[in-house]
Design a protein around this ligand. Structure first.
Ligand SMILES: Cc1cc2nc3c(=O)[nH]c(=O)nc-3n(C[C@H](O)[C@H](O)[C@H](O)COP(=O)(O)O)c2cc1C
Length: 335
């Protein structure tokens, strides 16, 4: 079930139609590579980058732009409130030869909203249209997509209007997180709106929000008729979710990850972080702690390991703590 973001000389086709959601602070190069290697993910997305940072050669932004050929197809997400600057940012994306350029119109964070970027653009659809049109002109070969929410709050659901604007401006696909900006991450995503959006536009619609288990992918596709499914938070605790969902899509059963697979993924992520963040030891240790925390959720005695690694000073100490943990798990299981 391949999905194509078309309408440009360099369309992006991926199969299965499963997309890693952009997550600031999480979907860095190491995480994206890891998911690619586990399999099942169709399109991976980078962390969002500001059009300001992208066009002013900001050092932090340049780090965010790193990617590996192995990640393709790969999407970048840009945000900003000024059409001119967003066009310059889009030109830069075109030069970087990333496969897809996405515009963020869903971020509910106050500092982004106040600058009238992210979900703030759902308050001003004329400005949103101007930004989409300017970015589209600056991307002659790269497919452009837009990610948004239902609207600012429950009194203003204007996602259909925005979806139609996207369609009219030549956007290749839209992704919708079925919550309002005001909801942030509270309550439940209401998938019925994804079905409504799908009925209203003819470009591909990617559904997003509260896909927690592989089975939810099938449920979202069936209930909403959407063309693809985007998964964010669930991939942090279960990075195998894409592979498991891909098996279900192919009509095959899946097995939950074993302890050996968990150990292997922690070690692989460890090595990727060591390779890519060696020049920033503090960032490196924070990342090592964070991801090991996710991958050991729901694992017997996982809290034991999480407590231990919270105060470890070096990657070597971290590595031996992880090895000891899995060895003791093995012995407990054998006893
Ligand atoms: C830590 C974190 C960072 C996020 N960063 C972004 C972002 O940079 N851009 C964006 O469009 N959405 C961002 N999101 C929202 C996700 O892309 C996604 O829409 C949301 O988490 C709902 O999907 P889920 O229920 O599968 O997690 C972020 C979410 C989280 C939890």
């Amino acid at each position: 079930m391949a999905l194509t973001y078309g309408g440009t000389p360099r369309p992006a086709t991926f199969d299965p139609p499963l997309v890693l959601a952009p997550m600031a602070g999480i979907t860095d190069m190491t995480y994206r590579l890891l998911l690619r290697r586990l399999g099942g993910v169709g399109l991976v997305t980078m962390e969002f980058v500001s059009s300001e940072g992208l066009t002013r050669g900001n050092a932090r932004t340049e780090r965010l732009l790193r990617y590996d050929e192995e990640e393709r197809p790969l999407s970048i997400q840009i945000y900003g409130s000024d059409a001119g600057r967003m066009a310059v940012a889009a030109e830069r994306v075109e030069e970087l030869a990333i496969d897809v350029c996405d515009i963020n119109m869903g971020c509910p964070a106050n500092k982004v909203l106040k600058g009238c970027a992210g979900a703030g653009l759902m308050r001003d659809l004329d400005r949103a249209r101007g930004i989409i049109a300017a970015a589209k002109r600056a991307l002659p070969t790269t497919p452009l997509t837009v990610k948004f929410r239902l609207g600012i709050d429950d009194t203003r659901h204007n996602y259909i209007e925005l979806g139609k604007i996207c369609e009219g401006e030549g956007v290749a696909a839209v992704a919708m997180h079925a919550r309002t900006a005001k909801q942030m991450y509270t309550g439940r995503a209401d998938w019925s709106h994804i079905a409504r959006l799908k009925e209203a536009v003819s470009i591909p619609v990617i559904g997003n929000g509260d896909v927690e288990r592989p089975e939810d992918v099938l449920a979202m596709l069936e209930k909403t008729g959407c063309d693809g499914v985007m998964i964010g938070r669930a991939s942090m605790k279960n990075p195998w979710i894409f592979k498991q969902a891909a098996l279900l899509l192919a009509g095959k059963p899946y097995e939950p990850a074993t302890m050996d697979e968990r150990r292997a993924i922690i070690l692989e992520h460890f090595h990727l972080i060591l390779q890519n963040e060696a020049d920033q030891p503090r960032v490196m240790m924070t990342k090592l702690r964070t991801f090991t925390g996710w991958y050991t959720h729901g694992v017997p005695n996982g809290t034991e390991l999480r407590r231990r690694i919270s105060s470890l000073p070096s990657p070597a100490a971290f590595l031996s703590a992880v090895e000891e943990f899995f060895e003791s798990q093995r012995q407990r299981a054998a006893a």
